[in-house]
Ligand binder design. Structure first.
Ligand code: BGC
Length: 711
């Protein structure tokens, strides 16, 4: 149904544009300025009419791995793409920003917009016009190998962060492709897994971040996922691509496939995909010609695909400027400042017994650093987002040592988690032991899922250090939750730093020495035991035991493809939604993070009318250090005709305060904050009734509750 409507609309634009051009000389007779004056839609439609069938076919699949091939005859330039969210990959000069999950941990919209702007500028400096991110798949299980590339477990937070990032990047004239649409919530056998998810869960948990990225962020590109959703591959999913994305959300950009994620010819062409990456396989000239001859597809389908691409490129100005912006800078002072701030704001302090942190570098004599990630900087998870570091950057040991004053900082080797007997006395006498632990680009990567537990050698290392020194500070790397319950009580302090890009060591040192007052907050929950994760019940038992042949083996051959269903039977019970609904105590709650100062939130009040509410409050910094607090708003529906999670994040604000300073702040919400997805009307519904508006500093630290009534 929608398909036909869309075709008709397209015909309209095409005819309209042709009519417009009828009385005009050929576009080539115009000078460039005149061309630019033609509205992008008409210009794109006109170009489509100028293209031969063969040119159209060449335009709908990638070229040279990361590009859309230009057509010289029509003065259409080649358009280059690059990965992605942590920086402009494959360009040594580019800045390596923290992993997206670390960006989300900043809970700072303005900062992330600034990061997007900086990455956009660096992309322009390298001639990159399409950035292959951001990724917004929800952290359904902590073991997903790509959670570090995504924005945490909550759709609202992920959507807000993604749209800020997109506005920053696209503000520089670089197109973002929000990915991986949709339900790519695990990298376990990603070509052969089927996310089986009900309609309500899809709309309430897995689609909102995409929706916001498109509607609020304005992303002109979307990248489809590898997996199937309810039995159909994402790259040919009529419901997702046509009905939801282009229909309900009104998306008028282009949809590209993930790399080698087409599994047929007709499906993608008929159902809304525009570009097969990285090159022609299912959309090869031979296959397209065959499909045309057999009337399985029509040339009008190809016109639509080509048009979507051209329209986005023209709108962005890509055809009217040099590929490389000579004014755009790479690694400017401003970028350096932004990457440091982003890393500083991402660090989450989870535990700090007896104010072990910050360490006083003027008073301490000895600090020992141990662990596999102490020496070399652990900058990011593995796969297509990984930014190679050719310049010298600091690991944790170097950064602590170089920024020490009176303190001797020593790195102590361990082999397979065993500390040499002769080093034990030094460890025992150290004023603090920093244990650099967690995952890295090999143990946590695109292409497979990881284990929930830390590698065994690391658990052994923590055990040995904690046995001789109570002032152990564990610094965790990784894309999300991991098993900590078995050892967390034995250590004095715990930091989750995710991956901090080129600031991997420096930002950690700044927090440990107190140059930075920590303000990162968890964008995911950390549980006491794996079985507290409801989704894990429906997920593979040993995610790390993936047969490598299935990862690298043939992807698209239907004859040898055996697809495994991944039932999302937990439905809405993802992350804190499950823990809070069922009263399960987390180890560290969603939204949680400690500071070196203290804040008091007071004077909460709710006002508003209709479906718009405003919650006002005051925040005071009652400590003696400047710092930032994240005030979060959770909405609880007191009575509903359908099952609803206990509470859901619907607003937040991050405020920075000097010691003693107090400010008034507010969070405004509208009907999105109250509604649920109704599977009868297939739309979002607000039910009248009383809603609790809970203000807090994590999903478990609620400080003020007000009510708001919807008539
Ligand atoms: C990844 C994408 C990435 C692409 C290009 C794929 O393997 O799934 O996220 O953008 O490669 O590098």
């Amino acid at each position: 149904m929608f398909d036909r409507l869309q075709q008709r609309l397209f015909q309209y634009v095409l005819t309209h544009a042709l009519g417009m051009y009828k009385d005009q000389p050929d576009v080539h007779d115009h000078d460039t300025q005149q061309e630019q004056r033609v509205a992008p839609k008409e210009r794109a439609a006109h170009l489509v009419t100028q293209m031969t069938l063969e040119e159209k076919i060449s335009y709908i699949s990638g070229y040279d791995d990361l590009a859309v091939r230009g057509i010289d005859r029509l003065k259409i330039p080649t358009v280059y793409a690059s990965d992605a969210t942590s920086g402009v990959r494959c360009f040594d000069a580019a800045t390596a920003y923290p992993a997206p999950v670390a960006m989300a941990a900043s809970w700072d919209r303005e900062l992330i917009r600034e990061v997007g702007d900086a990455i956009g500028e660096e992309a322009r400096a390298q001639g990159v016009s399409i950035l292959l991110g951001p990724g917004v798949n929800i952290a359904r299980v902590p073991t997903c190998g790509r959670n570090f590339e995504y924005l945490g477990e909550d759709p609202y937070l992920a959507g807000e962060m993604a749209s800020s990032y997109i506005q920053g990047v696209q503000g520089r004239g670089v197109i973002t492709t929000v990915k991986h649409f949709a339900c790519n919530n695990s990298d376990y056998d990603r070509h052969k897994s089927d996310s089986v998810v009900d309609e309500r869960t899809l709309h309430e948990i897995y689609l909102p971040a995409f929706k916001k990225a498109v509607l609020q962020g304005g992303s002109l590109g979307v990248m489809s996922a590898y997996n199937q959703i309810n039995g159909t591959y994402a790259s040919e999913h009529a419901y997702l691509l046509q009905e939801v994305l282009r229909g309900a959300w009104g998306f008028d950009g282009f949809v590209m496939s993930d790399w080698n994620s087409l599994y047929s010819t007709d499906g993608p062409v008929k159902n809304g995909l525009d570009l097969e990456m990285p090159g022609p396989k299912w959309l090869s000239s031979k296959r397209i010609h065959q499909a045309l001859q057999q009337k399985r597809i029509a040339e009008a389908d190809l016109d639509r695909m080509v048009f979507d691409l051209l329209y986005a490129f023209i709108r962005t100005g890509i055809f009217d400027r040099p590929a490389i912006d000579a004014q755009a800078q790479t690694r400017s002072k401003r970028h350096q400042h932004t990457v440091s701030r982003c890393a500083d704001e991402a660090v989450v302090v989870l535990k700090n017994d007896n104010r072990l942190l910050p360490l006083n570098r003027y008073a301490l004599e000895r600090v020992a650093v141990i662990g596999p990630h102490g020496l070399l900087p652990n900058t990011g998870g593995g796969g297509s987002s990984y930014m190679l570091q050719r310049r010298r950057i600091h690991g944790i040991y170097d950064a602590l040592r170089l920024n020490a004053v009176e303190t001797e900082v020593v790195y102590i080797e361990s082999i397979s988690g065993l500390i040499d007997d002769q080093d034990i006395p030094y460890l025992a006498q150290a004023d603090a032991v920093v244990i650099a632990a967690g995952f890295d680009r090999v143990t946590e990567s695109e292409g497979y899922d990881r284990s929930y537990r830390l590698p065994h050698a690391q658990e052994r290392l923590i055990e040995q250090a904690a046995a001789v020194n109570s002032r152990c500070i564990v610094v965790l790397h990784g894309g999300g939750d991991m098993e900590c319950s078995s050892w967390v009580d034995t250590v004095g302090a715990l930091l989750h730093v995710m991956y901090l890009g080129e600031q991997a060591g420096d930002a950690v040192a700044r927090v440990i020495y107190g140059d930075v007052c920590p303000s990162g907050r968890l964008p995911f929950s950390m549980v006491r035991k794996y079985s507290d994760i409801e989704a894990a019940r429906w997920y593979v038992r040993h995610p790390e035991h993936m047969n490598i042949m299935r990862v690298i083996g043939p992807q698209g051959n239907p004859k040898i493809r055996k697809v495994t269903p991944m039932p999302y039977n937990e439905q809405l019970m993802v992350g804190y939604r499950h823990l809070d609904t069922h009263g399960i105590e987390p180890l560290f709650p969603f939204g949680f993070g400690l500071s070196y100062t203290t804040f008091v939130i007071s004077d909460g009040a709710v006002t508003g009318a209709g479906r718009h509410a405003e919650i006002t409050f005051k925040v005071r910094n009652t400590g003696d250090t400047a710092g930032s607090e994240v005030i979060q708003l959770y909405v609880h529906d007191q009575e509903a005709s359908v099952f609803r999670p206990e509470q859901e994040l619907k607003g937040f604000v991050k405020v920075h305060l000097e010691p003693g300073e107090e400010i008034g702040s507010k969070i405004t919400i509208d009907e999105d904050a109250f509604s649920y997805y109704d599977t009868v009307s297939h739309s979002w519904v607000v039910e009248p009734g009383i809603f609790e508006l809970r203000l807090g500093t994590s999903s478990r630290d609620i400080i003020y509750t007000g009510t708001f009534t919807i008539e």
